[in-house]
Write a protein that binds this ligand. Structure first.
Ligand code: R5P
Length: 291
């Protein structure tokens, strides 16, 4: 087994390699003046079982193309098997058409990975579990929920806590948290404005939130619009101003950092599927490794 890293998630790749007591494979990534990427694998991989760790996070197109180029290089170097470990699978949120004349990018990316020569793909908390079925090659859909739930169980007083899902579409996932923590589930119904809008509107809250401490669970925090709107709706409904946000993938595109700074959000628990860099969210972010 040989583990290689793309440029998106080098720390996570290193952590995975360390867990397995193996060094990361040597490769050189570079960009030509026009932006094309190039990889040179610096050791023989003939007949080897290759694992490439690369989230397709921001900048998504760059990281996706780099991953495809790496897979191609391993294939042409006669690797026996190439597995793409994509902790955060970009383009997953376009997994179905919501209106006419739209793409289904989650399927397009699955096709690209197979065409490039991946034998198997591994990902974590896909935006929709149905994406697993978009692959004709092996696809392992892992989840960080046990890790995140365990953190909450060990570090929070859950006596007056409730799990909140901001989206009726994610009730099943939220229910896993609620069962794990043995606390009630609250369901919010959100609606987005048109035209890829970041504007989110809460239409209904089903469940008791007055004098409760909400734990909002989601797969992704992107612009923070969903979280901040839910937080406001929960506070208006009488929830305590001590709100925990849990999401596997911290995409955190602007103005997420600014939004999550609101004092009523007291902690944000996420994973390292996407590097946070210097985004500390005022010291209230906790990162659990999925390595
Ligand atoms: C949407 O269906 C996802 O589960 C997340 O709720 C969404 O992607 C978060 O995006 P934002 O932070 O921009 O509201």
């Amino acid at each position: 087994v040989d583990i290689y890293s793309g440029s998106a998630t080098p720390e996570l790749a290193q952590a995975v390699a360390s867990c397995l007591g193996r060094p990361l494979g040597r490769r050189e990534l570079h960009r030509f003046a026009d932006g094309e990427c190039h990889v040179q694998i610096q050791e023989s991989v003939r007949g080897r079982d290759i694992y490439i760790v690369q989230s397709t996070c921001h900048p998504v197109n760059e990281h996706l193309m780099e991953l495809l180029v790496m897979i191609d290089a391993f294939r042409r170097a006669s690797a026996a098997r190439v597995t793409a470990i994509i902790p955060y699978y970009g383009y997953a949120r376009q997994e179905k058409k919501t209106t006419g004349r739209e793409p289904i990018t989650a399927k397009l990316v699955a096709n690209l990975l197979s065409t490039a020569g991946a034998d198997r793909v591994v990902s974590v908390d896909l935006h929709s579990p149905a994406i697993q079925g978009f692959f004709d090659i092996g696809m392992d859909h892992l989840t960080a929920i046990p890790l995140l739930g365990e953190y909450l169980r060990q570090h929070m007083d859950l006596s007056d806590a409730v799990v909140v899902t901001p989206d009726t579409g994610r009730v099943k996932v939220a229910d896993v948290y609620a069962n794990m923590l043995n606390i009630p589930l609250v369901v919010m119904h959100k609606r987005r404005g048109g035209n890829h809008a970041q504007d989110v509107e809460v239409r209904a809250i089903v469940g008791e939130v007055a004098n409760k401490r909400p734990i909002i669970v989601d797969d992704i925090i992107s612009t923070g619009g969903t979280i901040v709107t839910c937080t406001q709706a929960l506070l208006e409904a009488g929830a305590k101003p001590d709100i925990t946000v849990v999401a596997t993938h911290a995409v955190l595109t602007p103005p997420a950092e600014e939004r999550l700074c609101m004092p009523e959000i007291t902690r944000v628990v996420t994973t390292d599927t996407i590097p946070l860099g210097n985004k500390t969210l005022g010291g209230k972010v906790v990162v659990i490794s999925v390595a």
